[in-house]
Ligand binder design. Sequence first.
Ligand SMILES: Cc1cc2nc3c(=O)[nH]c(=O)nc-3n(C[C@H](O)[C@H](O)[C@H](O)COP(=O)(O)OP(=O)(O)OC[C@H]3O[C@@H](n4cnc5c(N)ncnc54)[C@H](O)[C@@H]3O)c2cc1C
Length: 411
Amino acid sequence: MADLHTVAVIGGGVVGVSCALMLAREGHVVTLVEEGRVGHGCSWGNGAQYNAGSALPIAYPGVMWRALRWFADTDGPVRLSPRELPRTLPWLVRFLRTGRLEAWEAAYAALHTLNQPCAALYRDMLGDADWERLFRPNGALHVWRDVSLGALDKLVDSLRSRHGVAFERLNAEQLRELEPGLSREYKRGIFFPASGHVTSPPALVEGLMNRAAALGVSVRTARVQAIEPGTEGVTLLTSTGPHRCDRVIIAAGIASRDLACSLGISLSLASERGYHITMPGTSGVISRPVTDAASAFVATPLDEGLRIVGIAEFDAPDAPRDTKQNKKLQAYARAMLPDISISQVTDWMGVRPSTPDSLPIIGPHPKHAGILFATGHGHMGISGAPMTAAIISDLVAGRAPRISTAPYRLR
Ligand SMILES: Cc1cc2nc3c(=O)[nH]c(=O)nc-3n(C[C@H](O)[C@H](O)[C@H](O)COP(=O)(O)OP(=O)(O)OC[C@H]3O[C@@H](n4cnc5c(N)ncnc54)[C@H](O)[C@@H]3O)c2cc1C
């Protein structure tokens, strides 16, 4: 039997809570240290979609031209704040490098390995009853307004096929059969039968947290101010006093960047802010997440209402929200689903912890083996969290990780 440890997980988002649960299942004594409320960071208001290997790294061959067009278009989905430019420029250079064919294919393979088993891992973590309550395995749909397939579409099809991802290309008529509420402007799509969504992102974290608590995970409500590695374990200096443990998992979302920095590590993480609007009572208009590929926004039917998510805004995590994004998302919603009547709308902004190659950072600090990172899940935290937690539990137990961790190393 593996040695048992006291473990502190910093951050109560979907990644931290998944890690806490997996570690507690192995018998470790786990404390989740969260400065706010569990599940109320970026994991609170996301698009609720999980993908079984359908998602591509955000940078792809030819991405530079698309990025330049998006940066130039004030109504488009991307905004780069001048104040964030010094931090974002080196990140963007790496992002463009991932867009080279070989790097993109390698990043896709690693993303696929991480995400593909997510639904089965969640079922194992949550148990059948909670999984069936929270998961809607209805597939996911990507849609386009233009008819013709480009060279990139063919490349993507061949990549997905090589990795065994199930997908079906649909024409306009087939799209309407699947989702009658969609605008007639959409002429083609792809259906991914193995993907799906959760009914509510906070309910997912809550369900995981309930399981973790039942296995003895305790929550310490405190802000971690510093991490002090010692010869025998690690001490967290928190806003409510010191906390000593054998192992620390840094799963603090975008704040992992600052915690890493205080340990002499510069993580390539961008603060990529995204927005949602949610319209209560309108969920029935679609049955699954629908992604408008050209404008990079997604509509998902949730318990909370129909949610539209999108926007990639590179700005400081705590900078004021851009109030224009709400209107932009409402315009996207009307263009995709012309029959919806928008009356009540709530909005939200969250900070994606994004790496340039879309791969999370999972693994130990190079000098302090007792400190491990589990962050950088960018646009795909729901999909990536369970395998991340499984890898972390292997590393804490001193076992060989179940999948190669080389692509997710600190970088
Ligand atoms: C608009 C939008 C739509 C998205 N849609 C999807 C989607 O459909 N599917 C998908 O898979 N992903 C989606 N994502 C991405 C997903 O939400 C993130 O990848 C995921 O939530 C990251 O989880 P996390 O646990 O790393 O971070 P978080 O959820 O942000 O959790 C980090 C926690 O750490 C805590 N913390 C930070 N610093 C400290 C400290 N010093 N001490 C103590 N606690 C601390 C914070 O309070 C927070 O609770 C979307 C994101 C956005 C913004």
